[in-house]
Unconditional design. Structure first.
Length: 339
């Protein structure tokens, strides 16, 4: 911390809570010296890194640290206050964040299966549109100016996600509860998800549209609801130079019950389009194009949740039900596999 705040030192530190999932979240209480107090460093902090021993074959930790260091201040939506971000450039892809302890904000963390209701989700779309508009078409996120920022579906952590996560997909395929809700055509040929996801990547890489910042893992469990109801967007480990349809589809299909999606999906997409248009960014596609992109991007949610383990903190079965239903009803499998 003294690299950024000269003279700062911790006189003592105690553990408040330690959480290990994809990454380690270590809530601590720090007794700062006078320099730390003068710098305004809070006593309650959350350290985030990979001390769990899991997922050491991907670079998500360094990516998130770079986001907070280089781009978080550019976002026009709330993000967690970051007091320090650093990473290793030795190929290990390790990163470390020193974040505020959001519990001090007086709100609450979101959860993937929280029933927020259509009205709240509609309101949250304004923030999501603001997130995407923040650096829409900006040279700041170009390959020349942000070479560390990976392009959506054009980096192994995206394009090889099914293969990276296959051992957890295989575990779920042996779970009777999972098998009870999965489509028969998928159970008969589980590698269909790999082929469909590969095709989604091909289509995205060929797609011609402005780039923006995409959160990448945009479900309710990666948000914090402020006391006034606004969402603070968390977990930038999969942040990408991308297009918004991955975030938009993942958030909407995952946040709504199946019945809510059937009744309100198109209207909510139109609401998002209205919010995005109000920001004044150029090159926004038509509603019809957004709808077609949404039908494709349901596959991102399918492949993500078939690999989920409840021990990571998010309940998988309700999310699998929502994405499986959307995939059947919106024709996602048929479009991507040509069947």
């Amino acid at each position: 911390m003294a690299n950024k705040y000269p003279g700062v030192a911790a006189r003592g530190m105690e553990t408040v809570q330690l959480l290990n999932s994809h990454t380690t979240k270590w809530r601590v209480k720090v007794d700062w010296n006078e320099a730390g107090l003068a710098a305004g460093l809070p006593a309650n902090l959350c350290l985030k890194a990979n001390w769990s021993g899991s997922f050491d074959n991907v670079d998500i930790h360094a990516v998130e640290a770079r986001f907070y260091h280089f781009l978080a201040s550019e976002m026009k939506v709330p993000t967690a206050n970051c007091y320090y971000a650093d990473w290793d450039d030795d190929g290990s892809a390790h990163g470390l964040l020193v974040l505020e302890d959001l519990n001090d904000r007086g709100g609450h963390f979101g959860h993937s299966t929280q029933h927020s209701g259509v009205d709240m989700i509609a309101s949250n779309l304004e923030g999501l549109a603001g997130l995407h508009a923040s650096l829409w078409g900006s040279e700041k996120i170009s390959k020349a100016n942000a070479p560390w920022l990976q392009t959506q579906m054009d980096t192994p952590v995206d394009s090889d996600q099914v293969r990276i996560m296959w051992q957890w997909i295989a575990d779920n395929l042996n779970d009777p509860n999972f098998r009870a809700i999965a489509p028969k055509h998928y159970l008969d040929d589980p590698r269909r998800v790999e082929r469909a996801f590969d095709r989604l990547g091909e289509l995205e890489r060929a797609y011609d549209a402005p780039y923006c910042i995409a959160l990448g893992d945009c479900h309710q469990g990666n948000t914090y609801i402020l006391p006034g109801g606004e969402r603070l967007w968390l977990d930038w480990q999969l942040v990408r130079r991308g297009r918004p349809w991955r975030d938009l589809t993942y958030f909407l299909v995952g946040s709504l019950t199946i019945e809510e999606r059937r009744a309100h999906h198109r209207d909510l997409l139109k609401q998002y389009l209205s919010y995005l248009t109000e920001t004044g960014v150029p090159g926004i596609p038509s509603f019809e194009e957004i709808w077609e992109q949404t039908r494709l991007w349901v596959m991102y949610g399918i492949q993500a949740w078939v690999a989920n383990h409840d021990s990571w903190g998010q309940n998988g079965l309700p999310m699998n039900e929502r994405f499986f239903a959307a995939g059947e009803e919106l024709g996602t499998w048929k479009i991507l596999l040509g069947e």
